[in-house]
Ligand binder design. Structure first.
Ligand code: LLP
Length: 432
């Protein structure tokens, strides 16, 4: 369910051809579908309709202000991990009172800023952090709303780099220690113990890890409700998406749905979790990022050169690992489609960027249609953890971003000027 499709032979985002966007805005170019963001948010929101809930979009997955505004207009909240993300949400028209502030390393300045803006809750990851928040709230003469992040020690069966809910990870406080922590925290005068939070990992394609975690944590939440009057349980984000439609039910790869299994949908996720959650009588918070933004964006890139070496066919494109690092960093799979549908034989191809690292690739040995220099390709499902993880490596400027809505398209981030990259730098005085 997304709004990137071929109309005739040409790839479209909603009612707009990608080629027309390339002509207007150039490449590399991120393109976002507002309708897909909307549909995904609503699908989750509606799946939870039977229970008091708030869907807090994980800003880290896509923080473009136009995307955040879309979520704000739908009544959504936000999962934030820095003062910068909070400022973005506010700039985009979001409500600080619907922001849950996560992260293991909140600084004093960040806590102070968030308290002044009145965030919904701090998701607290350690006892020193609880004490720090209490002290700052006391100084500001306000009450800080807090939830403690429980680490349920549950395997998420996803990539090691995005597993967060086991005792190998730096996140949260161990399940067995939680009640003691709440007891001690209840003596801190400037805290309101408002909830309990967890997040076990990302790109989880099966309901089983979520069920296991909820089954383990629900009784704990019930006890904390009875003893400390908590109001909500946040079950985090992590719902996986389909990166390769062709392999949807067959691939054992980490990024894909398990062999023979159906894709995790909001309906199946909710059906498995709601009975247990409803019985708690708590408000339920969700922190989905990828589920909402992942399939809502693509990265469009132009082929600079076709190069054949002794062993391989390379397409050298104008996007690189600095624009989309997921293949280099996680061996992640992104479907690659030509902007104009091609017939004919497929050719085993490596799509690579211009950066001077062998890790700068988008696929290896992938059967792709025959395309040539000047043609453009779409790297699909790049809306989550795409642009936000971009860097200026090799002094490459960050790409432009466009939001499409029906037949309209607007530039929502201008291409970075190359001089902006070094605007904050200087030579030392003795180098005159
Ligand atoms: N809540 C917390 C506390 C998180 O740490 C995260 C993601 C989310 C919610 C949202 O998770 P999602 O629904 O998007 O799975 N860069 C990696 C993903 C890192 C995820 C970090 N935490 C990637 O490109 O796959």
């Amino acid at each position: 369910m997304h709004h990137f499709h071929y109309s005739g032979k040409t790839l479209h985002c909603e009612g707009v051809s990608i080629e027309s966007l390339v002509q207007k805005f150039g490449t590399p170019l991120y393109v976002y579908s507002q309708q897909t963001v909307t549909d995904r948010f609503r699908a989750l929101d509606q799946a939870l309709a039977g229970i008091d809930h708030l869907v807090c979009f994980a800003v880290k997955s896509n923080s473009n202000r136009a995307v955040l505004r879309t979520i704000a207009d739908l009544g959504g909240g936000f999962d934030i991990v820095s003062a910068g993300e909070l400022r973005r949400v506010i700039e985009a028209g979001g409500d600080a009172g619907k922001c849950a502030f996560a992260g293991v390393g909140k600084s004093e300045a960040e806590i102070e800023y968030a308290l002044k803006k009145g965030v919904h809750t701090f998701n607290v990851e350690s006892e020193p952090e609880l004490k720090r928040i209490d002290a700052i709230a006391g100084r500001l003469k306000v009450k800080a709303h807090v939830a403690v992040r429980v680490n349920p020690n549950v395997e998420a069966h996803t990539h090691a780099k995005i597993t967060t809910g086991t005792y190998e990870n730096k996140f949260g406080i161990a399940f067995e220690e939680i009640e003691g922590v709440y007891k001690r925290a209840s003596r801190l005068k400037n805290l309101n113990l408002r909830g309990l939070q967890m997040h076990i990992g990302s790109q989880i394609t099966d309901s089983e890890p979520f069920e296991t975690a909820v089954r383990k944590v629900a009784p704990l939440a019930a006890r904390l409700k009875a003893r400390h009057g908590i109001e909500f349980l946040s079950i985090g984000g992590g719902i996986g998406i389909v990166y390769d439609p062709a392999l949807e039910s067959g691939s054992p790869a980490w990024w894909q749905t398990g062999p023979g299994k159906k894709t995790l949908t909001p309906a199946s996720y909710a059906a498995r979790l709601l009975p247990e959650l409803k019985a708690l009588g708590l408000r339920i918070l969700l922190e989905p990022g990828r589920y909402i933004s992942g399939n809502s964006g693509i990265l469009v890139t132009r082929i600079e050169y076709v190069k054949r070496t002794g062993k391989k066919n390379f397409l050298i494109v104008d996007a690189a690992m600095n624009d989309l690092i997921r293949p280099a960093f996680y061996d992640a799979y992104h479907q690659i489609l030509p902007l104009t549908k091609k017939g004919g034989a497929l050719l085993s191809t490596d799509v690579v960027g211009p950066i001077c690292e062998s890790g700068d690739y988008f696929c290896h040995d992938r059967p792709l249609p025959k395309v040539g220099s000047g043609d453009c390709l779409a790297l699909m499902s790049a809306g989550a953890y795409g642009s936000v993880m971009g860097s200026n490596y090799n002094s490459r400027s960050l790409p432009a971003e466009v939001l499409v809505n029906g037949s309209k398209a607007a530039l929502v981030r201008r291409r970075q000027d190359v001089a902006d990259i070094w605007a904050n730098e200087a030579t030392a005085p003795w180098q005159k």
